[in-house]
Design a protein around this ligand. Structure first.
Ligand SMILES: C[S@@+](CC[C@H](N)C(=O)[O-])C[C@H]1O[C@@H](n2cnc3c(N)ncnc32)[C@H](O)[C@@H]1O
Ligand code: SF4
Length: 443
């Protein structure tokens, strides 16, 4: 497929520039108003499909971790000239499992910086079905919650080892909405034994609840997960491509018909419930704090990821070092090349994720090299010819076909696409705290 060929080319372009700890990236002087992501890597159990870094919840571990997170924040404070910060997002893992930790970190951020944005948090239904816990988060300043539901079908939930009952998800969302939180619900299609009629039932429940935002992800089979092995060993069956396409079309048609705008293949926002946003896959500039966090600082052409190892993370920050394990290098003569590659990559991400389609003339004009801008322009013309995107005033929007292709490409970029997809990086990071960028990494 043409789109897949382009993405593999772009990924290869930046892939030659990875660096290893302890080399430090050259950070920009001013990162005011940038968003911060703080990873809370603790969960009650491990869901069968989940590739994210998490450890079993233990009170002492959480305390140790919060101290380290504060140290990492202070390292950034000393390195960078930060007056204001944008939004703060707590992800995981399960931040809602650790209210004390989240509130302590928020207080710490408030005492060190001026916060211009809002505070968002990922939550599991089981904790936020308790009104008292919701109050603690609200008083602490959390105003946006991304709640992981995946499906309201209790048998499917049990199959993927989710630790809550479908009723508690419904209850939790009602409570959060009543309390005035901005709510984004995470759903997954393509789960084992999931059917189109099962999806239709989930959609009806979503319509009843009417959250501000819905993120409907396609199931990605990451090799580090239980579900991947179960499918490989034919213990469970996931819907085939034809069935998945039907599910995707049913989801888009239903949500668009019920007041939601499709902002990206997986991201639906209610068009009458305000203009906020819970940033998901298309987030822009971010400083990532904590184990396995990802930072993206496009102004300087930087993207890097923290170590996945708990103890190594703690010991790096205790020594006053940023716990960066890998990223895109910035060197004297490499800077321009990387900047160009990163800008191509970001342009591509905007096409794939449709992030309010910022491939405006303004962003376009920001390309340092005329030849890069020309390449993107030709690429956009092709997408228009194949009816993957269409122009609406000064921006581009996906067609239905475009969203479907975007979803297929996203899955391939994550896992199963060969080459340097996310699965390779995740496996390497899981196996080695400071992975050497060997040939398999660069494949
Ligand atoms: C960091 S995770 C989960 C946060 C929270 N602990 C929870 O379980 O609700 C964020 C979202 O990623 C999505 N996700 C995780 N693994 C996935 C996979 N293998 N395929 C598709 N979506 C996935 C789920 O929808 C999940 O809610
Ligand atoms: S999906 Fe959420 S609760 Fe489940 S293992 Fe992943 S981070 Fe933890």
């Amino acid at each position: 497929m043409f789109g897949e060929w382009v993405i593999s080319k772009l990924i290869k372009k930046i892939n030659g520039n990875v660096f290893c700890y302890p080399d430090m990236p050259q950070l920009p002087e001013n990162v005011d108003n940038i968003d911060w992501y703080i990873h809370i890597p603790f969960c009650k159990g491990k869901c069968a499909y989940c590739p994210f870094r998490s450890f079993p919840y233990k009170n002492e571990k959480v305390k140790e971790y919060v101290l380290a997170v504060k140290k990492e924040i202070l390292i950034y404070k000393a390195l960078l000239n930060i007056n204001y910060i944008g939004n703060i997002y707590f992800g995981g893992g399960t931040p809602s499992l650790c209210p004390g930790a989240v509130i302590e970190i928020i207080e710490f951020m408030k005492s060190n910086f001026n916060i211009n944005g809002e505070i968002g948090m990922e939550a599991n239904p089981i904790e936020v079905a308790d009104k008292k816990i919701c109050d603690i988060f609200q008083k602490g300043g959390v105003s946006k919650v991304s709640i992981g539901v995946q499906t309201f079908d209790k048998e499917l939930l049990a199959k993927v080892n989710r630790q809550f009952k479908a009723d508690s998800a419904y209850e939790a969302i009602r409570i959060l909405l009543d309390k005035g939180f901005y709510i984004s619900i995470d759903m997954i299609h393509g789960l084992p034994d999931q059917t189109v009629s099962g999806i239709e039932n989930d959609l009806k429940t979503l319509k009843e609840l009417e959250p501000h935002q819905i993120c409907y992800y396609p199931l990605v089979l990451f090799p580090t997960t239980k579900i991947y092995n179960d499918v490989k060993q034919k213990k469970i069956v996931v819907p085939d491509v034809k069935e998945q396409k039907k599910m995707f079309n049913v989801i888009c048609k239903y949500l668009i018909g019920n007041g939601y705008n499709q902002e990206a293949f997986c991201n639906f926002k209610h068009d009458k419930l305000g203009t906020k946003d819970y940033q998901t896959c298309e987030n822009e500039e971010t400083i990532g704090i904590g184990v396995s966090s990802f930072s993206k600082i496009p102004n300087n052409g930087l993207a890097y990821i923290n170590t996945y190892d708990f103890n190594e993370y703690i010991s790096a920050v205790e020594k006053g070092k940023l716990p960066i394990a890998a990223g895109v290098a910035v060197s004297e003569n490499g800077t321009e090349k990387i900047k160009n590659s990163m800008q191509l990559l970001y342009a591509w991400q905007h096409i794939v994720h449709g992030a309010n389609i910022n491939i405006s003339k303004q962003r376009y004009g920001a390309f340092p090299k005329e030849s890069d801008a020309r390449k993107i322009k030709r690429f956009i013309e092709l997408l228009k010819i194949f009816r993957i995107i269409e122009q609406k005033s000064d921006k581009y929007e996906y067609t239905n076909l475009g969203h479907y292709l975007g979803m297929r490409i996203f899955r391939k970029m994550m896992a199963g696409g060969g080459g340097p997809t996310a699965e390779k990086y995740i496996s390497a990071m899981m196996n080695n705290p400071w992975p050497l960028m060997d040939d398999s990494f660069r494949a």
